[in-house]
Write a new protein. Structure first.
Length: 326
């Protein structure tokens, strides 16, 4: 049986002894391991069936700990970090020797963030006191599947594996934001968003005073950047107007509360605004699979602020690979 606990000390003991432990963050639940333990990190890839070259994000207790992982950060990135950490921001910078190829996917950059969830922060502080300088913690789900926002989601995806290996889950309640952190490339003279999240372009530019670089060439690989990701078993279909959509049988709908539910369609979520939409999105997708729905229709909110990140996650969930495997 998987150990589910709210005891931070117990979770710290598991991680310090080389075990895995799923941890709550304000974005989604992460499957954590001591970043300095190659054996524990290898087990994350095994548990998730994650490609070996897919880089991990290092979670640290404070700004000083973050700097240990970076060779250097531009001044604008330092300002952004001080303004947004702890919070849903991941910076990708040139790495120090602390960041192994196993963590970075063989790249010269490393991804780091300070989570805002109080239990995650307390856990990281406690581990720092015993010499653990960071945790790698990708989302605690099967690779490519819908990210978990509750401890129950982690049990559903990885519970059997964690139980078999004596690992644990730290239950911190539902994740507040509900989608993964914004990832910003911090190696040059201007910020570049590699994965959108709750911290958007407007906020980044207001903090740094520098325009966000819209380019994409030469960007390092980062978590969640594949064309297909965050996918439920049901087919995800993006729609513009539910009133004019020909809904298939056995389908569900995720849409803002002011959009009515068509006859014969299961309403999976009725968020009041874009922030609610983000926090309910993955739970709603998982509910669609629990109901064995064939399709999940999504009417997106306005593509501004966190709406940009919502559109990104839904597009990846809806992506269908048309090419035959080689």
């Amino acid at each position: 049986m998987t150990v589910v606990t709210s005891d931070i000390a117990a979770a710290a003991q598991l991680l310090a002894s080389g075990h895995l432990c799923a941890i709550p963050t304000e974005t989604v639940y992460g499957l954590a391991a001591d970043a300095s333990s190659s054996t524990a990190v290898a087990r994350i890839f095994e548990a998730k069936n994650r490609p070996q070259d897919h880089p991990l994000i290092v979670h640290v207790a404070d700004y000083e700990s973050a700097l240990l992982w970076f060779d250097a950060l531009p001044v604008w990135a330092q300002e952004l970090a001080r303004s947004c950490w702890p919070g849903p921001l991941t910076l990708v910078g040139n790495r120090t020797q602390l960041a192994t190829d196993q963590i970075t996917g063989g790249q010269h950059t490393v991804a780091v963030r300070i989570p805002a969830h109080p239990m995650a922060r307390a856990l990281l502080v406690e581990l720092k006191q015993v010499g653990v300088q960071g945790l790698v913690a990708p989302s605690a789900n099967r690779f490519g599947h819908v990210s978990p926002t509750t401890a129950e989601h982690v049990v559903a995806d990885l519970g059997a594996y964690l139980a078999q290996h004596g690992d644990g889950i730290l239950d911190g309640g539902p994740s507040e934001i509900g989608i993964e952190s914004t990832i910003v490339l911090a190696t040059g003279s201007s910020p570049r968003i590699l994965r959108p999240g709750a911290i958007g372009t407007e906020l980044i530019e207001s903090i740094t005073g520098i325009s966000v670089d819209a380019g994409s060439e030469g960007a390092p690989r980062v978590s969640g950047a594949l064309a297909s990701h965050y996918s439920p078993d049901a087919q995800v279909i993006v729609i513009a107007d539910p009133a004019h959509e020909d809904f298939q049988a056995n389908s569900g709908l995720i849409a803002l509360i002011d959009i009515p539910t068509p006859a014969g369609v299961t309403r999976l979520a009725s968020p009041a605004d874009s922030n609610d939409f983000a926090s309910q999105l993955y739970e709603a997708m998982r509910q669609g699979d629990q109901l064995n729905l064939h399709q999940i229709y999504v009417a997106l909110p306005t593509r501004s602020g966190i709406g940009v990140a919502i559109a990104d996650r839904v597009a990846k969930a809806a992506f269908v690979q048309t090419q035959e495997p080689s």
